[in-house]
Design a protein around this ligand. Structure first.
Ligand SMILES: [Zn+2]
Length: 99
């Protein structure tokens, strides 16, 4: 999945695996995985799949590199064409519980 596919000179660095330090919350081991990430921008919700992120093996805290965050922001701000669009059901809690 290419989020920023335009500048070819960036391609080499994007494929390098990032070395994550120990988790800043619990000190656990952080290893890289591809995760699903939700991103809210104004009134819209964006879903990113297969995002490389460091995930703590102990507490599950997620770490993104600056490059990854930039790529997500770029996709949202540039209104890049998504691979697909899904519908998200919205519930308003007071409507679920009769007074
Ligand atoms: Zn942790």
């Amino acid at each position: 999945m290419a989020l920023v596919g335009r500048s070819s000179h960036q391609e080499g660095t994007n494929k390098m695996k990032h070395k994550y330090g120990p988790c800043t919350f619990c000190g656990g081991e952080v290893s890289e995985r591809l995760i699903e990430h939700e991103y809210r921008w104004q009134a819209e919700l964006f879903l990113f799949e297969k995002v490389p992120a460091g995930v703590c093996q102990q507490c599950g805290e997620v770490y993104f590199t600056i490059d990854t965050v930039k790529a997500l922001e770029q996709a949202v701000l540039s209104k890049a064409r998504p691979q697909r669009t899904i519908q998200v059901p919205v519930f308003v809690y007071p409507e679920l519980v009769p007074a």
